[in-house]
Ligand binder design. Structure first.
Ligand code: UDP
Ligand code: MG
Length: 317
């Protein structure tokens, strides 16, 4: 029997914490989670996932694991991104339920207790929903708004206040782990799987140490990847655009023929240039969109792992 099976049945909560360059936060986060969950008598373990940090994050995780037997760590061979870190944490968690939270305490750990109580009442997915989004620039807010509108349409669930802060029952975790796709988007997939769900509201806290790891460019890339992973709407847009230019071409064609037969053939230069530009750019754009889907299919077909673990810390070393 694996250690995994032995642990089950104790109603243990695994708290999964992806960490990238968070050396200043590890101890504080471990101590805060420990204090809050111990006070609430919630049996727990912490799984820190060091996502290829360039600072002393791993040493901090090892120290935390020596100090507190509930703390475990996974060390990636390089930076694979937060999504991969979440999935690695879920795959290595031993709890009967798993919660995912950020390392910077922007997700208040007190909420873990409310989530856990809801799980005890039989909920299988407890979503953390942002009551307020914390400090953000206006542009960031607007782009995030647009992205979540598209995602909500794609997943057919309101995602405007969604976050990665959530608790999943073992059944839901296994369902997620059973998905073969490499471009997994945790925030949306955890809604897509269904199950008996509820939500708790929380206020996004301010980051006290370090800085956000997301640049505008990485956020745009993240948004495009996830829309493509969940929706074929951009490809349908190509067809619709094609139909419109075709109709436009018919109208222009009829006009040209009428002019030709009535002896008013236009010099036509402007029309030709315009048509070439419009159709040319539409074709390029369409090829780009299709190419993007093909590149994603290529990535999936290669079947490379989402992440590689090079070291572990804690009792499962
Ligand atoms: N993170 C990660 N890998 C990355 C980027 C971020 O594991 O490549 C972690 C980070 O350490 C933090 C969480 O993801 O625990 C959220 O990151 P961050 O606070 O930078 O994002 P924000 O709160 O600004 O959205
Ligand atoms: Mg943060």
């Amino acid at each position: 029997m694996s250690a995994n099976q032995k642990k089950r049945g104790e109603n243990m909560l695994s708290v999964i914490i992806p960490a990238y360059n968070e050396e200043k936060m590890i101890q504080t986060t471990a101590d805060t989670v420990d204090r809050i969950l111990s006070e609430a008598s919630v049996p727990y373990e912490i799984v820190f996932v060091n996502d290829g940090s360039k600072d002393g994050t791993w040493q901090q995780i090892e120290t935390a694991a020596e100090k507190n037997p509930h703390v475990n760590g996974l060390h990636f061979s390089r930076n694979f991104g937060k999504e991969s870190a979440i999935f690695a944490g879920l795959a290595n968690a031993e709890g009967d339920c798993c919660a995912v939270m950020d390392c910077d305490l922007q997700h208040p750990p007190e909420v873990l207790v409310s989530m856990y109580r809801l799980w005890e009442q039989g909920y299988e997915v407890v979503e953390g929903v942002k009551r307020s989004r914390g400090k953000e620039s206006a542009i960031h807010r607007a782009c995030a708004g647009l992205f979540y509108k598209m995602m909500s349409k794609a997943v057919k669930i309101d995602m405007s206040r969604a976050s990665d802060f959530k608790l999943l029952d073992r059944k839901a975790v296994d369902a997620l782990l059973g998905m073969p796709e490499k471009n997994a988007f945790f925030r949306a997939l955890s809604s897509w799987i269904g199950y008996r769900s509820t939500s708790v509201e929380f206020d996004v806290q301010e980051r006290t140490e370090g800085e956000s790891k997301w640049s505008t460019w990485s956020l745009i890339k993240y948004a495009v990847t996830n829309v493509v992973a969940f929706s074929t709407a951009p490809m349908q847009f190509v067809t619709v655009a094609g139909i419109f230019t075709f109709l436009f071409a018919i109208v222009l064609g009829i006009e040209s023929l009428v002019r030709y037969f009535t002896g008013h053939a236009v010099e036509g230069f402007t029309t030709v240039i315009l048509l070439i530009l419009i159709v040319g750019s539409l074709i390029m754009m369409s090829l780009g969109i299709i190419g993007y889907y093909i590149s994603k299919i290529y990535e999936e077909v290669k079947g490379r792992p989402k992440y590689l673990i090079s070291k572990k810390a804690g009792k499962r070393k």
